[in-house]
Design a protein around this ligand. Structure first.
Ligand code: FE2
Ligand code: FE2
Length: 704
C-alpha cells in the first residue's frame, strides 16, 4: 500500500536539537559551576538544560576515555579481561581511599557523592527502545533487588561512625554538595556518572562496561563481608549484560570505554584527596567568599589590616586573597604555630565569638592555607580541575542547534509525536512536544467535562479515602455491566487488525512509569510505582516483559513490525493515526512525571483498571478459540487484578500520595492535588474511549 501524503517521513531533526525557546535554559546550564551542574543532573525533572549538560559532560568523558581507543585496536583486549583489569586496578585505589581517608570527612564526602551517583546509574535502564535487548533485564534485576543500593553500604556504616544521621542519608549527597564537603574532582566523577545515566539507551554498552568494572571492584573489596554476595551477583549480572550487548556494532569498544571511564572516575577521586597549593588557596578563598554575607551582618565595628571589615566585604569584587594575606599578617595568625593562632583558639573555638560560623572543613581549609609558606600562597591563578572540562561545555553550547517554531509545531502530529517522544533521548525538543501533548489532552478532557459528567460516577467529589475506593469500585462495576451487554467478539481478520491497532500501546507497556520509578527510594508512592513498573517489564525476565510477550503474539498473528522507535513503525499506515494518540500521551506523561505527578497517578490507575471489566476476557476467548496464544491478556487479568494486583496498588499509591500531601501542606492543598489526580484519571478514561473506537474499527476494516 502506498504511503498517504499525510504520512511522510519527518525531515530528520538533527540529533540533539532543542526547542525554539530553549536558548535561555542552555545558557543557564552552560554557566553553572560544578556543584550547580550536579544539582541539575541529580534533579528529578527532565529538562532541556539537563539534556544539554549531560551531553556536554559526556563529550568531555568521551575525550578522556576514548584517548586509549587507538592503543586498544592495535592489541585487541577481550571484553571480560578488560572489565577485570579495570576492576582490579580501581579496587586497589578504592581500598586506599576507604582505608585511610574515609574516616576524615573529606574523603567520605567524595566517596559518598560518587557512590550515590553510581546507585542511580541503572535506574532508568529499562526503556521501551531496549526492551528487546538481552542486556537490560539482568541489569534491571539489580535495581529490583535493591542491589544497586548496596554500593553505599560501607559508606553508610562509615557515615554512622562519623555521626551522620542515617535518616538524612537519602538526601546526604545533595547536602554534602551544598555544604561544600566535596572536592571538584569528585563532582566531575559524579557528574560524569549522572550524565551517563541520562542516556540509558544510547550509552547502554558504556553503562554495561562501567557497571562491570564498578561491581568487579566492589566485589573484590567486599570479599569476606556480608554484602559481598550481593556485589558478586551484581558483577555476574554486568557480565551477563556485557555478553548481551557484545555483537552489536561498536559495542565491544564501548563496553571497554565504559570500564575505562570507571577507572578514570576512581582516578578523579584519588586526585580529589591530593593536596595542591592551588586547591588549598581555592578552598580558603571559597570559605571567605561564602561567609561574606554573614560578616556584613555581624562585623560592623571590626577592622583588619587597617581597613574596616565592612569595607573588605562590600568591595565590588570581594578580594578573598588579599583578606587572607591581611589575616596572615595580623596578630590573629601565628605563622610558626598555625593551630595555636588566636583566630582558631579564641575566635572560632567553642566559646569564641564566631564559634559555629565555620564548619570543621572550613577551619581545616583555613589552617592549610596559613601553613603554606608565603611564596606558595602568592600565585594568583585559581585552581582549575581540567580546562578541557569547561571547554567541552562551552563548545557544546556554541554548537547547540534550536528548532524553529514551524518545525516544533509539526511534532504535534500524532505519528511524529509518538516517534520523537520515544526517541526523546536523541531529541531534547521532544520535552516541548511532551508538554504540548499533555496539556492539550488535559484541556480536551476539561472541555468535554460537562458532557462526560452526565454520567454521575464521573463527577469529581471531595476526597476521602473510603469515598474514593468506593467510587473506583462503582466505576469498575459500571464498565463491567456495560461490557456484559456489548458485543466484544471479533472474527479472525478483525482480531488480527485489532492487535495491530493496539500495538503502539502494548509495545510501550509500562512506559508511563519509567522515569517516576527511577526515584523509587524517595517515597512510598514512587516505590509502589516502581514495583508496578518492574512487573510490566517482566520482573527482569526478558521473555516476560509485557511488550516482548505482545510482540510474540503479533508474530503469531502474522505481523512482523519494525522496532517501535523506527520511523517506519510510526509511519506504517496500516495502523490508524488515532492509535498513536493514547500511547503518545503516556510517553509524554513519563517525560514530564515531575511536573504532572498527581495526573500521572490518575492516569496509571485508569490504565491498570482498564480491560478487567470483560474486554481482556473477550480477547482471551476469541484468540484461544482460534488456536492463538492469549498470554498477553491472561497475564494482565492476573497481574492487574483488583484485590492485590496493579489496580489495587494504583489505588493505594493515590491514597498514600494524598496522605503525604495532607501531612505536608494541609487539607486545601491535598484537595487541589486530588483534583489533579482525578483529572488525570478522567483524561485517560477519555483517551481509552478513543482507543476503543480505534480497536473496534478493526471490525469495519476487516470486512471492507
Ligand atoms: Fe502490562
Ligand atoms: Fe499492569
Amino acid at each position: 500500500m502506498p504511503l498517504q501524503s499525510s504520512v511522510t517521513a519527518p525531515a530528520k531533526p538533527s540529533s540533539h536539537a532543542f526547542s525554539p525557546g530553549a536558548a535561555a535554559a542552555l545558557d543557564v546550564a552552560a554557566g553553572l559551576d560544578l556543584a550547580g551542574q550536579y544539582r541539575l543532573l541529580a534533579g528529578t525533572g527532565n529538562a532541556e538544560g539537563r539534556h544539554f549538560l549531560a551531553q556536554a559532560v559526556l563529550g568531555y568523558a568521551d575525550g578522556v576515555a576514548g584517548a586509549e581507543d587507538g592503543a586498544e585496536q592495535a592489541v585487541p583486549v577481550p571484553v571480560l579481561a578488560g572489565l577485570r583489569h579495570a576492576a582490579r586496578s580501581s579496587a586497589g585505589k578504592l581500598a586506599l581511599l576507604l582505608g585511610s581517608g574515609a574516616e576524615e570527612q573529606g574523603a567520605f564526602g567524595n566517596l559518598r557523592l560518587f557512590a550515590d551517583a553510581c546507585e542511580r546509574l541503572l535506574l532508568r535502564i529499562a526503556d521501551v527502545r531496549s526492551f528487546d535487548s538481552p542486556a537490560i533485564h539482568p541489569l534491571y534485576a539489580l535495581v529490583e533487588s535493591a542491589t544497586v543500593f548496596e554500593i553505599g553500604h560501607d559508606l553508610r556504616s562509615i557515615g554512622r561512625r562519623l555521626g551522620v544521621d542515617p535518616r538524612t542519608q537519602p538526601r546526604l549527597a545533595a547536602e554534602l554538595v551544598t555544604q561544600r564537603q566535596v572536592d571538584d574532582e569528585a563532582l566531575i566523577a559524579a557528574n560524569v556518572v549522572l550524565s551517563l545515566a541520562s542516556f540509558p539507551v544510547q550509552r547502554l554498552a558504556q553503562i554495561v562496561g562501567f557497571a562491570g568494572a564498578l561491581w568487579g571492584a566492589v566485589a573484590m573489596l567486599g570479599a569476606g563481608r556480608p554484602q559481598a554476595l550481593a556485589y558478586r551477583a551484581a558483577r555476574r549480572a554486568a557480565v551477563a549484560a556485557a555478553r548481551g550487548v557484545i555483537g552489536t556494532a561498536g559495542s565491544q569498544s564501548d563496553v571497554l570505554r565504559g570500564a575505562r571511564l570507571f577507572g578514570h572516575c576512581v582516578g578523579w577521586l584519588v586526585e580529589a584527596t591530593r593536596e595542591t597549593d592551588e586547591k588549598i588557596r581555592d578552598r580558603a578563598k571559597a570559605v571567605l567568599d561564602s561567609k561574606a554575607g554573614y560578616a556584613m551582618l555581624h562585623h560592623r565595628g571590626q577592622s583588619l589590616g587597617g581597613k574596616p571589615l565592612l569595607e573588605w566585604f562590600s568591595e565590588e569584587s570581594f578580594r578573598a586573597h588579599d583578606m587572607l594575606e591581611a589575616l596572615a599578617a595580623s596578630p590573629w595568625i601565628a605563622a610558626d604555630q598555625v593551630d595555636q593562632s588566636r583566630l582558631f583558639t579564641a575566635l572560632l573555638a567553642p566559646g569564641g565569638r564566631m564559634y559555629g560560623v565555620f564548619n570543621d572543613k572550613d577551619i581545616a581549609a583555613l589552617k592549610a592555607y596559613f601553613r603554606l609558606p608565603p611564596e606558595r600562597r602568592a600565585h594568583p591563578a585559581g585552581h582549575v580541575v581540567d580546562p578541557a572540562y569547561a571547554r567541552a561545555i562551552a563548545g557544546r553550547r556554541e554548537r547547540a542547534t534550536l528548532l524553529d517554531d514551524a518545525a516544533q509545531a509539526r511534532f504535534a502530529d500524532l505519528r511524529l509525536a509518538y516517534h520523537v517522544l520515544i526517541n526523546a533521548e536523541q531529541h531534547p525538543f521532544a520535552l516541548a512536544t511532551a508538554r504540548d501533548v499533555v496539556e492539550k489532552n488535559l484541556a480536551k478532557f476539561r472541555a468535554l467535562r460537562e458532557a462526560i459528567e452526565t454520567q454521575p460516577l464521573y463527577r469529581r467529589f471531595d476526597y476521602a479515602p473510603a469515598a474514593f475506593e468506593e467510587r473506583i469500585a462503582r466505576i469498575y462495576y459500571l464498565h463491567a455491566e456495560q461490557n456484559e451487554v456489548a458485543d466484544l467478539s471479533f472474527d479472525e481478520e478483525a482480531l488480527r487488525l485489532l492487535h495491530l491497532y493496539f500495538s503502539p500501546f502494548a509495545l510501550v507497556d509500562g512506559c508511563w512509569l519509567r522515569d517516576a520509578s527511577a526515584h523509587r527510594h524517595e517515597s512510598e508512592v514512587t516505590a509502589i510505582l516502581a514495583r508496578i513498573f518492574a512487573d510490566e517489564i517482566g520482573n527482569s525476565r526478558h521473555e516476560h516483559n509485557h511488550a516482548n510477550v505482545y510482540r510474540r503474539l503479533l508474530g503469531e498473528l502474522g505481523w512482523n513490525l519494525p522496532a517501535v522507535d523506527d520511523w517506519a513503525y510510526a509511519a506504517d499506515e496500516r495502523i490508524p493515526t488515532a492509535a498513536f494518540k493514547a500511547p503518545g500521551f503516556l510517553l509524554a506523561s513519563n517525560l514530564l512525571h515531575a511536573d504532572f505527578f498527581p495526573e500521572l497517578l490518575g492516569v496509571n490507575l485508569a490504565i491498570e483498571m482498564s480491560g478487567l471489566d470483560g474486554f481482556y476476557a473477550a480477547m482471551i476467548r476469541d484468540l484461544e478459540a482460534r488456536g492463538h496464544t492469549a498470554d498477553f491478556w491472561r497475564l494482565h487479568i492476573s497481574v492487574d487484578n483488583f484485590s492485590t494486583g496493579h489496580s489495587h496498588q494504583s489505588v493505594v499509591a493515590i491514597v498514600r500520595y494524598l496522605e503525604e500531601v495532607q501531612r505536608a501542606h494541609g487539607e486545601a492543598v491535598m484537595q487541589a492535588a486530588w483534583a489533579r489526580v482525578w483529572d488525570g484519571l478522567m483524561t485517560m478514561m477519555y483517551l481509552f474511549g478513543i482507543e476503543f473506537r480505534v480497536l473496534f474499527g478493526a471490525r469495519k476494516h476487516a470486512n471492507a
